[in-house]
Design a protein around this ligand. Structure first.
Ligand code: TRP
Length: 336
């Protein structure tokens, strides 16, 4: 719909890798250039607290992720780009929503249940061992992120779908009680955006420690690509493109015609060493111009900070009056 509002957040607990790039950053940047769309992108640094107690890691990740989006060409004139913690209305809305959220709903969250199960399977006497209230309430903070900006469409990975549905449930319950105040969001799962495999062939993920960071210096990038797992077929032996991580990554960057040409080279038995060199050159050529800008931004955190502050000011033009409206609806209002 033309007046759909798109919103998505990135938790600041790691260095952006090429899986994030092709799966989230690249489509997000393309959408930011479409002036017909309203987009909010933000750095979920309060969410990061639920996952990491390392302050330097969170601060560094916030800088790296922001710099990556900026260097890769996010159009911050069209898209509103901000840091969650710069919007004090979000945690205020979270508390309001917490009052409206059934504890039983949170008990059903997959991520919480997985942590409990890990404790039970690990033989712990306490099923809630190591589980913080932040982890438990994580979906309510996420609901506040979404509802604060009246988002209708929330692009997320499959693992986050339930959280968006919970935001919808919470909003529905709120509206049922207080009147039509909140807008019901819907998850958007794009099955066409590539999910990349990592160095070891499993899904590229910081939790598997098998990632290729987008902005590795050229030498390190080459080294990492040389490490990608292949089978033991010799040069000259025909190779399958199916299940080849090298091919998958190439395809995520290259045009259709180039991809077809490489598929032909596979059938002809291209050597793995040559394919790795070719992939390195392709990815490196693609990334190199943005890498320069990324390095410049990392060395100038003040420029990144200024951009985020600008985004926050714009976001707050929405969140400040809207939170006021929500508070009045629940009975927090001036007395005279
Ligand atoms: N929880 C999401 C993740 O880990 C990040 C996130 C936080 C988010 N708030 C959001 C995504 C709101 C979409 C909308 O991937």
């Amino acid at each position: 719909m033309a007046n759909d509002i798109y919103l998505t957040g990135i938790t600041t607990t790691g260095t952006p890798h090429i899986g994030n790039y092709v799966g989230a950053i690249r489509p997000g940047i393309a959408a930011s250039k479409d002036s017909g769309k309203t987009n909010y992108y933000f750095l979920a640094d309060y969410h990061a607290l639920a996952k990491s107690e390392n302050p330097d890691k969170i601060a560094r990740s916030t800088l790296e992720i922001a710099a990556a989006w900026m260097a890769l060409g996010l159009d911050t004139e069209h898209a509103t780009f901000y840091r969650q913690s710069d919007i004090p209305e979000i945690p205020q809305l979270m508390w309001t929503l917490t009052s409206m959220t059934a504890k039983g709903l949170m008990n059903r969250a997959h991520s919480y249940k997985a942590s409990v199960q890990a404790n039970v399977e690990g033989g712990s006497k306490d099923p809630d061992k190591g589980i913080s209230m932040a982890l438990y309430s994580y979906p309510i903070l996420m609901a506040a992120d979404i509802l604060m900006f009246k988002a209708t469409r929330v692009p997320v990975g499959r693992d986050q779908k339930q959280h968006v549905e919970m935001a919808r449930d919470i909003a529905q319950r709120f509206n049922h009680h207080y009147g039509d105040v909140l807008v019901l969001p819907e998850p958007v799962i794009d099955d066409n955006t590539a999910v990349l495999s990592g160095l070891d062939g499993r899904k590229m993920s910081k939790s598997y420690n098998n990632t290729i960071p987008v902005f590795e210096p050229e030498k390190r990038l080459r080294k990492l690509i040389m490490k990608i797992k292949t089978n033991s077929l010799e040069p000259g032996e025909p190779k399958e493109i199916e299940g080849s991580t090298l091919f998958e990554i190439y395809r995520a960057f290259a045009s259709e015609a180039e991809t077809l040409a490489i598929a032909k080279r596979y059938a002809e038995g291209i050597a793995w060493g040559e394919m790795k060199q070719l992939l390195f050159e392709y990815v490196n050529d693609h990334i190199a111009p943005a890498r320069k800008e990324y390095d410049r931004l990392i060395a100038n955190p003040g420029a990144v900070e200024a951009e985020l502050k600008k985004g926050a000011a714009r976001a707050r033009e929405v969140s400040v009056p809207y939170l006021d409206e929500i508070r009045r609806a629940v009975g927090i209002r001036p007395l005279g």
